[in-house]
Design a protein around this ligand. Structure first.
Ligand SMILES: NC(=O)c1ccc[n+]([C@@H]2O[C@H](COP(=O)([O-])OP(=O)(O)OC[C@H]3O[C@@H](n4cnc5c(N)ncnc54)[C@H](O)[C@@H]3O)[C@@H](O)[C@H]2O)c1
Length: 339
């Protein structure tokens, strides 16, 4: 580990998400960004990136070492944590290499293109003793955390129904159009909700039933899944890259209230016993999930604790659920059981 008290991070993959992550380091208490690596020199010329959730903001690159390959990065920079923002199909390869080279790894979602690769990531983390966490950002949004706490504490009684939706258009980068690399909208976009459902309800459903279509990429680009939780809530989620405008919603119908999530920092609660709705607003400064996940991971490293909020075993389960959804969609909605 590098000698200074603050951990040192290097980021690989300075595209859309890399820009979002890079802006989160300036205010981190426990780690600083010392290097960025991207094979495309053009990526360093873009001061800001814009994706469906908005603009990344700018990162001051003046004191950050720029590298053009992983090999160059590890040869020339001393650091503790590798922040992986590469395309999905490269996550497992680079996470495994980095842990073997003695770095802790925080990696963008989806954990890996295939469950078997995600398993290898976990095995490598166990063998090397290096910490691994997947940046499943909904687990680090105060609004989604509010619903998690309401569920765990029974604040509004039992959850009866959960309805989720995350729909937009196909991103422009070429690798998103190759399902062997991105996994289509199902693995790339809809996985946010699959993972939140797994997190909220404490594990995989008994089965999934997915109706979906392959249109733009050959992957499942537009879908609706019903997740079967016997004795649990009725759960469904829609995901799409075939919709013209971005829309996203998460609604939990509890016995005593309906909870609606609006973005990262707003929740509306419609209680049965109170007229109107209660609007809960979290501070903007506390609502950046990318900042929160990096801060959380750094704290886990410093305290030598497992990242219990987002264990790699749990994010592997999310990949397994997504794989079952794909199987179901390909079989025109046949129910697929999960072990
Ligand atoms: N959490 C979120 O809200 C969210 C949103 C968008 C994307 N993502 C995820 O972030 C990841 C990256 O997506 P993106 O949209 O930023 O992709 P992108 O194509 O914009 O960026 C990827 C970058 O990696 C670089 N790269 C590719 N191979 C490399 C290599 N071997 N070595 C060094 N650099 C390499 C590319 O040049 C590119 O700049 C994906 O896993 C995606 O699913 C997450």
């Amino acid at each position: 580990m590098a000698k200074s008290k603050k951990l040192k991070a290097a980021l690989i993959g300075f595209g859309g998400m890399g820009h979002f992550h890079s802006t989160c380091y300036a205010k981190q208490k426990n780690l600083e960004l010392v290097a960025i690596c991207d094979q495309d020199p053009e990526s360093f010329k873009k001061t800001e990136e814009e994706i469906n959730i908005g603009a990344s903001g700018k990162t001051d690159l003046s004191k950050i070492k720029q590298c053009y390959s992983y090999e160059e990065l590890i040869k020339t920079v001393e650091f503790d944590v590798l922040d992986i923002c590469l395309p999905c199909h490269l996550h497992a390869e680079y996470a495994i290499r980095a842990m073997k080279d003695s770095y802790h790894v925080i990696c963008e979602k989806p954990m890996a293109r295939h469950g078997k690769d995600a398993e290898k990531m976990i095995q490598t983390s166990r063998k090397t003793g290096k910490k691994l966490m997947i940046a499943q950002c909904l687990r680090f949004m105060p609004s989604y955390q509010f619903m998690k706490e309401a569920y765990d504490n029974g604040t509004y009684g039992k959850l009866l129904r959960l309805d989720m939706r995350r729909c937009g258009s196909l991103p422009g980068q070429a690798w998103y159009r190759n399902p062997a690399q991105s996994g289509g909208a199902l693995l790339d976009l809809h996985l946010h909700d699959t993972d939140y459902i797994n997190y909220l309800l404490g594990g995989a459903p008994a089965s999934v039933q997915t109706f979906g279509i392959a249109r733009d990429t050959g992957g499942i680009d537009d879908l609706m899944t019903n997740y079967e939780y016997p004795d649990g809530p009725v759960v469904n989620s829609e995901g799409s890259w075939c919709k013209g405008t971005w829309h996203c919603s998460t609604i939990g119908v509890f016995e005593k209230a309906t909870v609606e999530i609006y973005g990262t920092n707003t929740v509306k609660v419609f209680r049965l016993d109170v007229k109107g709705c209660e609007e809960i607003k979290f501070k903007k400064s506390e609502s950046n999930p990318y900042f929160n996940e990096i801060a959380y991971f750094a704290e886990c490293i410093l305290k030598n604790q497992d990242p219990v909020r987002c264990m790699p075993e749990s994010t592997l389960t999310s990949i397994r659920i997504a794989e079952a959804e794909e199987k179901s969609a390909r079989a025109r909605g046949k129910k697929v059981a999960l072990a």
